[in-house]
Design a protein around this ligand. Structure first.
Ligand SMILES: Nc1ncnc2c1ncn2[C@@H]1O[C@H](COP(=O)(O)OP(=O)(O)OP(=O)(O)O)[C@@H](O)[C@H]1O
Ligand SMILES: O=P(O)(O)OC[C@H]1O[C@H](OP(=O)(O)OP(=O)(O)O)[C@H](O)[C@@H]1O
Ligand SMILES: O=C(O)c1cccnc1
Ligand SMILES: [Mg+2]
Length: 559
């Protein structure tokens, strides 16, 4: 991602002037009202003051926002958080309260003129170019206003990538439910996780606020407390249930359930598997079915999955079936999920056969309990019958890697390219305002991303182009692209007059993400030792980086 504006912008995450109106239609503010100009590090304001004092606040600068290493030991990242950045800059304006807080926080020697200046600034002179949100991205290519942008992008991209990785292991056909709100790092972590896990390929969330804010499908089951809060079916007072088509009413649904439980107990395939089931559980399931006859999904592991939970569930499901309702399924939340899911499926198949209920064998099985990529992978290897996963802690806290190292570096000031040197070559920044392209090969897979200087001609389909590793001289390859995709689009044109790319709906971003991940070459996607995706620069940019490097690096003196 790349952000251009005057020098002060980068430091304080804002632009100056305030003369021109915001371009395009009005854009709503950030989802979280805590995202204000003060959601930044103090040094942004101290640097901003120093720029102002030095008269540098009108200079034009270009900053790149990128990360250096893909997370979770993988070779790809899902870019997320752009919409919130644009919402932030579109509404950037400091209030009198905020300005007076900054005045109190800076040394008293700071001149009044600076605070008058703060009053006038907005982002109408900033331009933001970025890769579309939900895109698969690679180190160094994503480019953008420092602390708030990094805050809005780092976790968003990390958790979206985590979700995409869970989706990859679970497989396309499985339903993935995000259950993380209670375990997330506070309310913003919880809301962000729900949004970005959906973006990364989850199907639904249990987080009601996120469902309302972003239109994410809501799903849920019930807890162990619901099961253990009942004592026995005798406590159920309202026992009647109307049939699904409204043609008749069963006056005593509780007895109907009991009758089915007896039948299951003595059925040819299931005889002897279980004896007395837990009556508290039976009462809970029956009550839940009376409340939600069309959405009956039961948590079956409170007492004993095979000897109690499943027979109780089947008795209630078969009673519902008599009245024309189809039970949704069960949730397993402990024990060996591979083994138990297979036992449950066998039980469902036996019921379908013994009682002639076609389709019962396909009743849904949801699994939860500390799931992560590894456990999903282990379940796949063992063989299982799970249709849906509910995942919380490991997903939303990004337990396997708690931060993505996105950085924000100055690459040009007043049209002069700038470079940041480091002993660690991978930390040297790539100077200049750039363009980025994704080149696709004959098989339709992306082959390489290439960065060029802003004014270089773009790579052409069918034309050979030399792609060079930015820092390693010997790593280079010719590529004849079959398709060329320009990656960075103008999401915030400032006063440049360029057209602004509309912010897509969350669902469309999610579709893009899923489609792009499906287009990746499998060896970049595998979990163990994935092949690195190549990120390169043009020959011209390579030469320029190394010229600037030599120019800026002092020559040592040996004595
Ligand atoms: N077949 C399996 N292969 C690998 N890991 C599994 C399998 N089944 C379950 N797991 C994982 O093993 C762990 C079991 O954890 P733990 O022993 O804490 O749970 P439990 O005793 O089954 O249930 P509870 O939550 O009631 O304590 C969980 O992380 C779960 O996701
Ligand atoms: O396991 P996670 O991936 O975080 O998924 C969410 C968990 O939250 C619920 O448990 P609850 O909070 O009731 O506690 P529990 O650990 O005792 O099941 C649910 O039953 C899941 O186990
Ligand atoms: O709806 C559920 O089953 C659920 C929601 C959040 C956490 N655990 C389970
Ligand atoms: Mg648990």
């Amino acid at each position: 991602m790349e952000a251009q504006g005057n020098g002060a912008v980068a430091a304080a995450a804002t632009a100056e002037t305030g003369e021109t109106a915001s371009p395009g239609q009005a854009i709503a503010g950030p989802t979280n009202p805590m995202v204000t100009p003060l959601l930044t590090d103090l040094y942004q304001f101290t640097m901003f003051y120093a720029y102002w004092k030095a008269g540098k606040h009108h200079e034009r600068s270009v900053f790149d926002l990128y990360f250096r290493k893909n997370p979770f030991g993988g070779e790809y990242t899902v870019f997320a958080g752009l919409e919130e950045c644009i919402k932030f800059i579109a509404n950037f304006k400091m209030t009198e309260d905020e300005i007076s807080f900054i005045r109190d926080s800076l040394p008293s020697s700071c001149e009044d003129g600076f605070f008058d200046y703060l009053r006038g600034i907005d982002c109408s002179d900033v331009e933001v170019y970025a890769i579309s949100e939900g895109s698969v991205v690679f180190p160094k290519v994503v480019q953008l206003l420092e602390t708030p942008f990094l805050t809005l992008i780092n976790y968003a991209s990390l958790v979206a990538t985590n979700a995409a990785r869970h989706r990859f292991v679970a497989g396309k056909s499985k339903m993935l439910l995000e259950f993380g709100l209670r375990r997330a790092q506070g309310p913003d972590g919880g809301i962000g996780a729900s949004k970005y896990c959906y973006m990364g390929g989850f199907d639904a969330t249990s987080n009601v606020a996120a469902g309302r804010l972003f239109g994410i499908p809501l799903r849920g089951t019930h807890s162990h407390a619901f099961v253990s809060s009942f004592m026995s079916p005798d406590e159920i007072v309202e026992k009647s249930l109307q049939s699904s088509d409204g043609s008749h009413t069963c006056e005593d649904f509780v007895s109907l359930v009991q009758t089915w439980l007896n039948k299951i107990q003595w059925s040819p395939s299931l005889r002897g598997i279980f004896g007395e089931t837990n009556q508290s559980e039976l009462a809970a399931f029956t009550s839940y079915a009376l409340a939600f006859p069309n959405n009956f999904l039961a948590l079956v592991d409170t007492y004993d999955v095979v000897r109690s939970g499943i027979p109780n569930f089947c008795a209630v499901a078969l009673a519902l079936n008599d009245l024309g309702y189809k039970a949704v399924g069960i949730r397993l939340d402990s024990g060996d999920l591979a083994y138990l899911s297979c036992e449950v499926r066998k039980f469902f198949c036996a019921v379908a056969k013994d009682f002639g209920v076609p389709g019962f064998e396909k009743t849904g099985i949801t699994a939860s309990n500390d799931l992560n990529e590894e456990t999903l992978d282990a379940l796949n290897k063992q063989g299982h019958e799970v249709d849906a996963y509910g995942i919380g802690t490991n997903l939303v806290t990004c337990f396997a890697q708690p931060a993505l190292g996105c950085v924000f570096k100055l690459v040009e000031i007043n049209n002069q390219p700038r470079i940041k040197l480091s002993e660690d070559v991978s930390k040297v920044s790539i100077p200049c305002k750039k363009r980025s392209y994704r080149l696709y090969g004959r098989e339709g897979y992306p082959l390489v991303d290439i960065m060029t200087g802003e004014n270089e001609p773009s790579p052409k389909v069918g034309e050979r182009i030399l792609c060079r590793h930015p820092f390693n001289e010997s790593k280079r390859a010719y590529v004849v692209p079959q398709q060329v995709e320009e990656l960075m689009k103008c999401y915030w044109p400032g006063s440049s007059g360029k057209p602004r790319v509309e912010l897509p709906a969350l669902k469309d971003i999610r579709d893009r993400c899923i489609k792009q991940l499906e287009k990746m070459r499998p060896d970049h996607m595998r979990r163990l030792n994935p092949t690195p995706y190549k990120v390169s620069v043009s020959a011209k940019l390579y030469d320029f980086i190394h010229f600037l490097w030599l120019n800026e690096a002092p020559v040592g003196e040996l004595q």
